[in-house]
Ligand binder design. Structure first.
Ligand SMILES: [Mg+2]
Length: 431
């Protein structure tokens, strides 16, 4: 018996996103304060490789900076609390004060001005909840850390947009800074869903036609035709998003994307982090060069964090996604005399007489074909829930499946639906 899952590589892509972010951050960091034209000429004859650098008077390689630390804080908060800006903010403060989520757990490195200002002056008790456009807050600080929201809410565009905005404004209450997070997280969601990348900009424009003008213009730009020398790289979130998108859309591998995002010079660690998160979500973790991964400090922790984030997704959403994406031929067909013309539920290969009788009865007594489909959905959902150790979610699943159908239909076949739920449970436990 097999449950067909679409996009079986979503876990690898989730890992790819966080590992890609951290690799882009540490690989780009050594070039951050070098003049862009020097960085460009350096990369004309050099490959992107981990290099040793001095941090707090220590020689280190694979040392990630604020971008990754804050993304780790956000991911951990989402896993532990769901979406809770107060907890996110508290963790960012722990990073600043105690070096929480840093490579060696000692000292925060690379804090941006805007982030510093908010983390030292703003209290958790009155965090902003409305977007007001502070013209000074358009920096990269929210964009560089926002990817975990795209990873967790990739199936729910409404939540993805709302949470990207609300999470950004606790430090960067600026229209472009906040909407850049929406754009990046939407692209991450397309990547996880397995969409081909050339359509990302037009897809986002179609999804959010009233996106702020500057972003609208960026999404309408043909990035294949831009001149690298004209890319503005000022640490402004829109510029960084543009560099990351340019690198992502004009290359075909994770390695080339990251190299391009860093080799243009500028805010290289953040450009690397944003491009790395996006390319990692698209290409997956397996294809990130081993030499880059092996050098990353706390690599295994970050992989494990991605796995925890993946598993923290609401089980009801996950199960509904699986059953709606499965390739079952539904509903099963019954002839007018009640004989079955194909398996009642192709995923289960049901042969027991009573299930067959019950299905036939339900089928005959209803003119609505959806009865069998609802029954199959309920059975498969309970089966998966038990397999995923989520038996306590069965009532919620049951409700989610039946609430989209007319109440009288549900009431008329209640016994049958309950039987389907019991049967799914039974099969999960006996297989
Ligand atoms: Mg940084």
């Amino acid at each position: 018996m097999k449950i067909k899952m679409r996009n079986n590589n979503i876990l690898d892509k989730t890992k790819g996103c966080l590992v890609g972010l951290a690799c882009g951050d540490y690989l780009g960091m050594p070039y951050e304060f070098i003049l862009p034209y020097k960085v460009r000429s350096y990369f004309q004859s050099h490959k992107l490789e981990p290099v040793e650098t001095q941090i707090f008077n220590k020689s280190v390689t694979g040392y990630y900076t604020d971008d990754t630390s804050l993304a780790i804080c956000l991911a951990e908060s989402l896993i532990e609390k769901g979406f809770d800006t107060r907890d996110q903010f508290t963790k960012y403060k722990m990073w600043l004060r105690e070096g929480y989520a840093t490579p060696y757990g000692d000292r925060a490195y690379g804090v941006g001005q805007q982030t510093l200002k908010f983390l030292t002056r703003q209290s958790e008790d009155n965090l902003p909840t409305e977007l007001v456009n502070d013209p000074k807050a358009g920096g990269n600080g929210a964009l560089m850390r926002c990817a975990p929201i795209g990873l967790l809410y990739y199936k729910d565009p409404k939540k993805l947009i709302e949470y990207s905005l609300r999470s950004a404004i606790v430090t960067h209450n600026n229209t472009i800074a906040a909407w850049s997070c929406v754009a990046l997280n939407s692209f991450i969601s397309y990547a996880l869903e397995g969409f081909f990348k050339n359509d990302y900009c037009s897809a986002l424009l179609a999804e959010i036609p009233d996106i702020p003008t500057e972003l609208h213009n960026l999404l309408n730009t043909n990035l294949h035709e831009i001149n690298e020398d004209e890319l503005k790289i000022r640490g402004y979130s829109l510029d960084t998003l543009k560099v990351a998108l340019y690198a992502f859309l004009t290359t075909d591998t994770f390695e080339d994307c990251l190299t391009r995002a860093i080799a243009v010079g500028g805010d290289t660690d953040t450009q690397g982090a944003v491009a790395g998160a996006l390319a990692g979500a698209y290409y997956g973790c397996e294809v990130i060069p081993k030499s880059w991964r092996n050098t990353l400090i706390r690599h295994d922790f970050i992989v494990d964090l991605a796995e925890r984030l993946y598993n923290s997704e609401d089980l009801v959403t996950k199960v509904l996604y699986i059953i709606n994406g499965s390739n079952r031929k539904m509903p099963a067909h019954f002839m007018s005399n009640g004989n079955r013309t194909q398996s009642f539920c192709v995923d289960f290969d049901i042969s027991e007489t009573d299930e067959y009788e019950m299905a036939s009865k339900a089928w005959r007594s209803s003119t609505d074909q959806s009865v069998i489909k609802i029954g199959e959905d309920i059975m498969l959902a309970t089966f998966i829930a038990v397999k995923l150790d989520g038996e306590e979610f069965i009532p919620k699943l049951y409700q989610s499946i039946t609430e989209t159908y007319p109440e009288e239909l549900f009431n008329k076949h209640k016994d049958y639906f309950e039987h389907c739920a019991d049967f799914g449970k039974l099969r999960a436990k006996s297989s």
